[in-house]
Design a protein around this ligand. Structure first.
Ligand code: BGC
Length: 348
């Protein structure tokens, strides 16, 4: 195992952004920059032991600043959407910035992913990123201390450990928004990838992509992804849920949620054999098929076309603060949020 530190670039105000690269003995590596505690690169070998970068994103800081669709970033304090950009705690209403269609709050208006985080090498397999979120920013209550630890082992597991604590009672929902293309970032769409999501239920949405509150069965819907389906097979099926979102962009309720780390999903790209397994202790995972990628210039000037990457965002369900029937993510002042997500790489 090793950690390498280098300069990634600098912001217009002169702040230098550093890159930390973890490397194991099996040609797997992961790079994270201090801007947004963002995963910029994951290299993993295929069935012929050829290692390739499988993250869709940028190879320069300008891309992350000017053209981001949240590629690789840490999202917080509340990942995903909050309906009507508002929620209440103990009878007090909090109004958030409505950064989507002037109605909803998406990804906390980009707070965590546009911050410059501090980084500390913990050992030759682990780097910790920390950030302090000011009280009231974008409408969220509380000053929050946040830390995300990235570590890599020789079992090809990239582990993300999240810690957060606020000085006021508030909602906390942190995720990583990596876009994967297991054929390589420059290999076209992800429609031929085979996906399995361990979820009997999902949360249908309205036309603003806000959950209706229903926890619906996946049986006989395009959301039944329990037995290895080609992503492209049903993504454009005649279904109002897919019409609202332009393809898969939904929260799946992970079977057996009990706070321990469970397998949420598995994806294989048939040609290379590269396989990603996703594990989490959270109740949900957003499967987003990159439907809104619009051909912006990415790494090596390759355009990030529609559906050229997919995300599996481990999370509390979207809009949880407005749905008492969802697993709750409100934390008392001083109460610690802790969570683990593991991305594991192999070949099939
Ligand atoms: C959302 C998508 C959104 C994307 C990038 C995902 O988490 O579900 O609707 O387009 O993030 O902003």
């Amino acid at each position: 195992m090793s950690v390498n530190v280098s300069e990634f670039g600098s912001l217009k105000d002169g702040r230098i952004i550093h890159k930390y690269t973890l490397q194991n003995k099996n040609k797997v590596s992961a790079s994270v920059i201090t801007y947004g505690a963002t995963l910029t690169e994951i290299c993993a070998p295929d069935k012929n032991d050829i290692s390739k970068d499988i993250l869709v994103g940028f190879d320069n800081i300008e891309g992350f600043v000017e053209r981001t669709d949240y590629q690789g970033v840490i999202v917080g304090p509340y990942a995903n959407r909050i309906g009507n950009a508002s929620f209440s705690i103990d009878g007090v209403q909090y109004k958030l910035v409505a950064n989507e269609k002037d109605v909803t709050c998406l990804h906390s208006n980009g707070e965590f992913n546009t911050a410059v985080w501090d980084a500390e090498v913990i050992d030759d397999s682990c780097v910790a990123f920390t950030y302090v979120s000011p009280d009231g920013l974008n409408g969220f209550p509380g000053k929050m201390n946040v830390s995300v630890r990235y570590s890599l082992n020789d079992e090809n597991e990239l582990k993300l450990e999240y810690f957060a604590v606020s000085d006021k009672k508030t909602v906390i929902n942190l995720t990583n928004h990596a876009y994967f293309n297991l054929g390589g970032y420059d290999s076209g769409t992800i429609l031929d990838h085979m996906i399995t999501i361990n979820a009997d239920k999902y949360t249908p949405v309205d036309s603003f992509s806000i959950p209706t509150g229903e926890i619906a069965d996946v049986v006989n819907t395009p959301f039944d992804l329990r037995n290895s389906n080609r992503i492209g097979d049903m993504i454009d099926a005649d279904c109002v849920q897919l019409d609202y979102t332009g393809g898969y962009d939904h929260n799946f309720c992970i079977n057996g949620y009990n706070g321990s780390v469970l397998k949420a999903a598995e994806v294989t790209e048939p040609e290379s054999g590269r396989t990603l397994e996703v594990f989490t202790d959270l109740p949900g995972v957003q499967f987003y098929a990159g439907n809104f990628l619009k051909g912006d210039l990415g790494k090596a000037n390759v355009r990030m076309e529609k559906r050229s990457g997919f995300c599996l965002e481990t999370q509390f369900y979207p809009d949880t603060p407005n749905h008492a029937n969802f697993p709750q993510c409100t934390f008392d002042a001083g109460e610690e949020f802790r969570s683990i997500t593991i991305f594991k790489f192999s070949v099939k």
